[in-house]
Design a binder for this molecule. Structure first.
Ligand SMILES: C[S@@+](CC[C@H](N)C(=O)[O-])C[C@H]1O[C@@H](n2cnc3c(N)ncnc32)[C@H](O)[C@@H]1O
Length: 230
């Protein structure tokens, strides 16, 4: 989902920097930025980059930079060009805070975000809708028995590319008439993910205190409406 149209790609919450290294080795953009808030991690990433991916290597068209800072404070305005901000592997609730801060601090810039939240997908999507982001792409992936929603969105609003609170393209295999093996496999993944998500919200509803019992009913209804078999 990372196309070649960006001048700056930010691997935020990069941890050991695996995603950033992969982008750097395929020269995905002129500048790859590694960002994490933990100084020891950033020192280790910086060391590895110096040893294995020297910026003075003239055969590579990509340069790297490390930034030990809070993702909420990304200095996008200090770098001219088109930005892709990737945030993966943190909770959707934390992601909401990062996106709100970046959006507020750089309201003059059109920024793309590639997001892979751990849980809290519904509140994250609701926030993207509230901020009027547009959807460029979304996929559902299963790896090591875990499910991941991956969303490519943009701060520039587009009437015909709305973000859905429960997702849209990620469920298409459920209603597809395509009988190919890959499509059947994807339908199985979507079906399992939908069941898991509904179970989660039903447990939440049962566990909530009286009077608050229905506060996720609208979410359950929205997920139920996705498949006639649920
Ligand atoms: C589980 S790792 C995610 C690694 C990788 N992005 C992935 O998807 O596998 C979460 C990382 O987020 C970093 N982190 C947490 N809060 C942060 C913040 N406010 N700003 C920058 N990094 C943060 C942590 O230090 C940690 O390295």
């Amino acid at each position: 989902m990372v196309t070649s149209q960006y001048d700056h790609i930010w691997d935020c919450c990069c941890d050991h920097g695996l995603l950033g290294y992969a982008l750097l080795s395929r020269q995905a953009a002129a500048n790859i930025h590694f960002v994490d808030i933990v100084p020891e991690l950033m020192a280790e990433v910086e060391n590895k980059l110096r040893r294995f991916c020297s910026n003075s290597n003239t055969s590579s068209s990509s340069r790297w930079q490390t930034h030990c800072l809070d993702v909420a404070k990304l200095p996008l305005d200090q770098y001219a060009g088109k930005h892709l901000v990737i945030i993966a592997g943190v909770g959707g609730d934390l992601m909401i805070k990062f996106i709100e801060a970046i959006y507020q601090n750089h309201s003059n810039l059109a920024v793309d975000f590639l997001l892979c939240p751990v849980h809290h997908q519904y509140p994250l999507r609701t926030k993207l809708i509230e901020l009027d982001f547009s959807l460029k792409n979304e996929v559902l992936v299963q790896e090591n028995r875990r499910f991941y929603e991956i969303l490519l969105v943009s701060t520039s609003s587009e009437a015909d590319r709305k973000v859905s609170p429960v997702g849209n393209q990620i469920w298409q295999s459920l209603t597809s008439k395509n009988s190919e093996q890959t499509s059947k496999k994807q339908a199985g993944i979507a079906d399992n993910y939908l069941k898991k998500t509904l179970n989660h919200y039903q447990r939440m509803q049962q566990g909530s205190s009286p009077g608050k019992a229905n506060n996720v009913q609208h979410i359950i209804d929205a997920y139920r409406a996705l498949s006639p078999n649920i």
